[in-house]
Design a protein around this ligand. Structure first.
Ligand code: KG4
Ligand code: ZN
Length: 334
């Protein structure tokens, strides 16, 4: 048989996910069990609860993945799993499930970096063209990464404080919106006006780094100061103004980096890639520029295991194998 089928497993945060992917480019099955409802009443992900849910869900999700694919273990060439970064207790569930299954079924085990996974969520719609520039925007990451070939990652910029998704979630808390706040703010922003001039952190002419904590503080101060004066803002307008600041900086720096590094393709990855404002601003900026822009469909922006299997395929093809001592690494470097 000439085709390669990778089973992917992802448990780095609050989604228990498994998927089977053909040749790194074709989704055969993709199952995601979200825990959002269990974390909602705490206003964020509770690590201990996440781990326990992963333990409960892992077997069910794996069974569904094989069932959806109409496949069994004989068809699988390797098991790929997110080894980091993420919540250590959550990662451990996936890593140990993958180790146990790979050992029992005598399949190669391949560790995958979660962010590499987010990047490879784009390979289901198009083959990569290098040099490739990736903007990664999730709950834990805001990074610009340059790729010269499959499986190689050069970090050219990153956040110095909060991640973009983290800023969304924190501002949403201040606006008393339910967790996760990103999609809520996105929705409100579409109905609001950009009436408040929040700051944009450019961090110097040549910097591809990001900073969102000043913006977050500015939003909080604006709301508090208005309250003290007995005034208030429409949540829609705060959301629209906050989102404009985030989107402006992300779009401008991505555009600048794409020119500077002569990117032949720009891709967007991570949960915040689901953001309507960001999607349309980037699309408008790159439209007609000659640089193709890829953004995954919404359900592949947030955490899933198809992306882990796709990135795992590249590792597998490059001969990368993990040992039975593979461990969860909450701060694994890319
Ligand atoms: O990639 P992801 O599912 O998990 C991490 O690896 O972090 O990203 C989750 C983050 C959360 O902060 C969530 O609020 C944000 O992505 N997010 C959004 C949107 N959908 C999800 N942020 C802005 N607009 C959205 N539509
Ligand atoms: Zn993620």
């Amino acid at each position: 048989k000439n085709d390669t089928y990778i089973l992917g497993i992802e448990t780095s945060c609050d989604e228990t996910a498994a998927a089977i992917v053909k040749n790194g480019q074709e989704i055969v099955s993709n199952v995601v069990a979200s825990q959002i409802d269990s974390h909602k009443r705490f206003g964020g992900v509770v690590p201990e609860i996440a781990s326990r849910h992963h333990v409960e869900q892992m077997t069910v999700v794996l069974e569904q993945t094989f069932e959806q694919a109409g496949m069994d273990w004989d068809d699988v060439d390797a098991v790929a799993v997110t080894e980091g970064p993420g919540l250590v207790g959550a990662l451990l569930v996936g890593v140990n499930a993958a180790k146990a299954l790979a050992f029992a079924r005598q399949k190669p085990l391949v560790g995958v970096h979660h962010i590499a996974g987010h990047i490879y969520a784009n390979r289901f719609q198009s083959e990569f063209e290098f040099p490739l520039l990736a903007l990664i925007v999730s709950g834990g990451h805001t990074e610009l990464v340059l790729m010269h070939e499959h499986g190689s990652y050069e970090l050219i910029g990153e956040t110095r404080d909060d991640a973009a998704g983290e800023a969304y979630d924190k501002v949403a808390r201040v606006l008393e919106l339910p967790y996760p706040g990103g999609p809520q703010i996105d929705k409100l922003a579409a109905e609001g006006e950009e009436s408040i001039a929040f700051p944009r952190a450019w961090l110097g002419e040549d910097s591809y780094d990001f900073s969102f904590s000043g913006l977050k503080s500015s939003v909080i101060n604006t709301i508090h100061n208005a309250a003290q004066r007995g005034e208030s803002f429409r949540k829609e307008d705060i959301a629209a103004s906050f989102q404009a600041s985030v989107v402006d900086v992300l779009t401008a720096k991505t555009w600048k980096a794409a020119q500077a590094y002569q990117a032949r393709q720009v891709i967007v990855a991570g949960g915040v890639a689901a953001n309507g404002g960001l999607r349309s601003a980037l699309t408008a900026k790159f439209d007609g520029s000659g640089i193709p822009l890829l953004i995954p469909p919404l359900k592949l922006c947030t955490d899933n295991a198809a992306m882990i299997a796709a990135a795992g395929f590249v590792n597998y093809e490059h001969g990368k194998r993990s040992g039975w001592d593979l461990n969860a690494n909450p701060s694994l470097p890319l």
